[in-house]
Ligand binder design. Structure first.
Ligand SMILES: NC(=O)c1ccc[n+]([C@@H]2O[C@H](COP(=O)([O-])OP(=O)(O)OC[C@H]3O[C@@H](n4cnc5c(N)ncnc54)[C@H](O)[C@@H]3O)[C@@H](O)[C@H]2O)c1
Length: 445
């Protein structure tokens, strides 16, 4: 019985764990298994990433080089571009990207490509798990038929499950081991064995009745965030219209010990998850004739925030008799959130693009991001790349406006307030103390 064989190899730590895609999700995962004593093989299409892991170097902020080196020294970890080694694995976990197409429909090409490799090398007795965020039905509608095409039978020859990844890059408090893991198989045996597997590396496993429930759970979580951030953004604009301090309102509301969870406004949403994942859900719902209105509304509000920030900048400059055209604008922080280097879907990209299209002379400082590139196909202004500028006194002093897009911790905001003539703070990065002593005119979201 496949269930019994896998149960004993997992319990006895003989199971070889393959992870396809060694990015933000896959690398921490495989390292966690290797640290727990399992043999881990990482599969990558990017040879540079595979080489760097084999050389003991980590390129992911939450994975230390020491841990990678320890796994290598123990002979537990290896990375490869040779997918024929999939046949050696007892468990194969897929952690490849799930972006959107230009039409905002799910781009399943990475999952399909990984599925095709698995299909090629599938042998009897393997547990396949999908971790990439995707629409409900992917595991049983897309992957299961690919595996069955080989004539293999679920529960007899292979097991198949979905388990969403909830990692929060850069979060020192919650990492793989202490984030509860939801697991749903396409059969009860699949759920049971996949849950047992994750129980080896995480403190809490929550099993659900199907892969579809687990897929929907992940999308519900991220849609919840997108919608609540959308509401915070709308409330910020509403408060601004009424002349009320948004941030003071949220702080006050957050004192309620039940029934309120604070979400904060900002220049827009970014990252690989929150701006994309709700589209996976609404796309699937649309296939069944259901129009998810909350998702559309949140998307509309959140994607309008960069233009709103540009409006704030333009009004603030106008108040001091300046135009955006020709003004020197310094953007502080371009990554999509604080203290990380991830530029994916960062709202700073749209803000820069809109300001450059209006003739602003634009530079940025971000200690985590050396270079910002633009996709020509989507850019309305200048598509030339930008490079990080040192945060010198001269740079700040000579700027007509400083926009705080991302509130990185290692910026001396007091100094910015002493030097800049005008600051647009989209993150409430300036504490009341700093703000009140400021020589700069400060405009907040
Ligand atoms: N980053 C996050 O915070 C996060 C959190 C939860 C869930 N997720 C989800 O996890 C999945 C992976 O995200 P990520 O952030 O790790 O992406 P990533 O881009 O950091 O990593 C994906 C890796 O997969 C590799 N890859 C692509 N196609 C491949 C293939 N066919 N075979 C082998 N390797 C391949 C890429 O080279 C890359 O290294 C996505 O579905 C994402 O939505 C991400």
């Amino acid at each position: 019985m496949i269930k019994d064989t896998l149960t004993s190899s997992i319990t006895e730590k003989n199971a070889v764990i393959g992870v396809i895609g060694l990015g933000y999700v896959g690398l921490p995962l495989i390292v966690e298994f290797c640290l727990k004593g399992y043999q881990g093989i990482g599969f990558e299409v990017d040879k540079k990433k595979a080489d760097s892991i084999n050389a003991g170097e980590s390129y992911i902020v939450d994975v230390s080089g020491e841990n990678v080196q320890k796994c290598l020294a123990d002979g537990k970890l290896s990375a490869t571009t040779d997918f024929s080694l999939l046949a050696k694995c007892d468990v194969v976990i897929i952690c490849v990207p799930t972006p959107l197409r230009k039409t905002k429909d799910p781009d399943m090409s990475y999952i399909i490509a990984a599925g095709e490799e698995i299909q090629k090398y599938l042998r009897k007795g393997q547990l396949i798990i999908l971790e990439s965020t995707t629409y409900p039905g992917t595991t049983d509608e897309v992957l299961q038929p690919m595996l069955e095409e080989k004539g293999f039978k679920l529960d007899e020859d292979f097991l198949l499950a979905f388990s969403p990844e909830r990692v929060d890059p850069g979060n020192p408090q919650f990492q793989t081991h202490n984030i509860p893991k939801v697991v749903g198989g396409v059969s009860p045996d699949s759920t049971e064995v996949a849950s047992l597997l994750y129980a080896q590396i995480v403190n809490e496993v929550h099993s659900v009745s199907s892969a579809r429930v687990a897929e929907a759970c992940k999308l519900w979580e991220n849609t919840f965030r997108a919608i609540n951030i959308g509401m915070a953004n709308e409330m910020a604009r509403l408060c601004n219209t009424l002349g009320i301090d948004t941030w003071e309102v949220v702080r006050a509301a957050a004192t309620k010990p039940f029934g309120f969870m604070p979400f904060y406004p900002g220049p827009g949403i970014g990252g690989h998850c929150i701006p994309l994942d709700p589209h996976y859900l609404s796309w699937k719902a649309r296939q069944h004739g259901f129009d998810s209105q909350f998702i559309s509304l949140a998307e509309q509000v959140n994607s309008g925030m960069p233009a709103y920030v540009v409006k704030l900048v333009s009004t603030a400059l106008n108040d001091v008799k300046k135009a955006v055209n020709g003004s020197k604008i310094l953007i502080l922080g371009v990554a999509y959130k604080k203290d990380i280097d991830d530029m994916r879907e960062s709202p700073a990209l749209s803000i820069i693009d809109l300001l450059r299209s209006r003739g602003a002379d634009l530079v940025y400082h971000d200690p985590f991001v050396p270079e910002v590139t633009f996709d020509h196909a989507y850019t309305i202004g200048d598509a030339e790349p930008l490079y990080n500028k040192d945060l010198t006194d001269e740079l700040v002093k000579n700027s007509d406006c400083v926009i705080i897009c991302t509130e990185h911790s290692n910026i001396d905001y007091k100094r910015i307030c002493e030097l800049a003539p005008l600051i647009v703070d989209t993150r409430n990065a300036l504490s009341p103390d700093v703000r009140n002593g400021s020589k700069a005119k400060v405009v907040r979201l």
